[in-house]
Design a protein around this ligand. Structure first.
Ligand code: FES
Ligand SMILES: [Fe+2]
Length: 363
């Protein structure tokens, strides 16, 4: 959150970021916790999300569940136990829990024991599946009526998908800012295959508010990345950012579709997972998968390295100077986040504080 903002005549904006709030992701929102296909019926796995330890699983019928990864008896991680497709057995003393979180059995009780275990419940979390990923909302506060940002959908039949996940030792906010920051691309992502020209060029783009974020309107890219050349022709590209930390790049060329989705997930205070998913509609592109995977990993590693060094600097002094129109999307992120927090506190609907704007910068 912005603790203070001062605006000078030359459009310089200095934001003093409260170091504590800076590390707090939106509490009531859906976060990507990994690929859906890797969780088979009868399977479960531990997940770290916003400081919570959660076990997520799929019962024998395919239904998802997520609950706190902590046995109420003595705190054992339930994910270390066994799941038979309907109940999870704690490996410490054999207590069993249904996927609804209710205790079903305490095998060590004697028949003469009058203890009632049916009221023992493990905290559950909502979990859903979309665009090939699992999403959990880790919110545990009082019930609110406000609609929380919806999870992204794909919108076309993918012939293939490539997913790379990377953990960044940086706060959720700093990592998420990199998803809306045009200024770093020429300096951080300067690989030949992505950014062949070293020259900075003036860019003019129109930004339009969407329900929980903003979209850089669809435009014809001409002298752009060689990656686009694979599509044959000049594609239309649309880049949407939405809370809590979701970037959706959609590329359309005739009947061909490519989508590059990036999700930021807060694991703990200072660790954020970046998930990048590239989907395409053309079966032929599946052949490029072995080549594309290391390139995508290289791209994410470039962000990871620079973010970790920047986090070290922010740990020493948690202030940023946001300057010029290229930094406006970063300021919008904080405005959107503040509005989400204020709306939740006031019990009112989220109202996007942004308006349509044309931005110019060099990148
Ligand atoms: S700690 Fe889980 S059964 Fe004892
Ligand atoms: Fe980046």
């Amino acid at each position: 959150m912005l603790a203070a903002t001062t605006r000078a005549a030359d459009d310089t904006v200095t934001d003093a970021l409260d170091p504590k709030a800076m590390r707090e992701p939106l509490p009531n929102a859906w976060y990507c916790i990994g690929q859906a296909a890797t969780l088979k019926p009868g399977g479960m796995r531990p997940v770290e999300l916003n400081g919570e330890q959660i076990v997520v699983g799929r019962d024998a019928s395919g239904a998802l569940f997520a609950m706190r990864d902590r046995c109420p008896h003595r705190g054992m991680a339930l994910s270390k136990g066994r799941f038979d497709g309907s109940t999870v057995m704690c490996p410490f003393h054999g207590w069993r829990f249904g996927t609804d979180g209710r205790c079903r059995d305490v095998p060590t009780l004697s028949e003469t024991d009058s203890s009632d275990f049916s009221r023992i419940v493990v905290q559950r979390f909502p979990v859903i599946e979309s665009a090939g990923f699992l999403w959990i909302n880790p919110y545990l506060g009082p019930a609110v009526t406000e609609d929380i940002p919806a999870v992204p959908e794909l919108g076309f039949e993918a012939a293939g998908c490539l997913v790379v996940e990377l953990v960044v030792e940086a706060s959720f906010d700093l990592t998420t800012l990199s998803l809306v920051d045009p200024g770093h691309v020429a300096f951080v992502h300067d690989s030949w295959w992505f950014r062949p020209s070293k020259e900075l060029r003036e860019k003019v783009k129109t930004f339009i508010p969407v329900p929980h974020g903003f979209v850089m309107s669809s435009h014809a890219t001409t002298k752009s990345s060689p990656v686009y050349k694979l599509l044959g022709g000049v594609p239309d590209v649309e880049i949407e950012f939405r809370l809590p930390g979701v970037r959706l790049e959609r590329i359309v060329a005739g009947d061909k579709r490519v989508a590059n989705y990036t999700f930021a997930t807060p694991l703990s205070n200072n660790r954020t997972m970046l998930t990048n998913a590239l989907y395409w509609s053309m079966p032929l592109l599946n052949l490029l998968k072995p080549v594309a995977r290391p390139l995508m990993r290289q791209f994410l590693t470039q962000d990871q390295q620079v973010l970790q060094h920047a986090q070290a600097g922010l740990d020493r002094k948690p202030t940023m100077v946001l300057l010029g129109q290229g930094d406006l999307p970063s300021q919008w992120y904080f405005r959107l986040k503040r509005e989400a927090l204020e709306a939740a506190r006031a019990g009112r609907s989220f109202e996007n504080p942004l308006s349509r704007q044309e931005l110019r910068w060099r990148s």
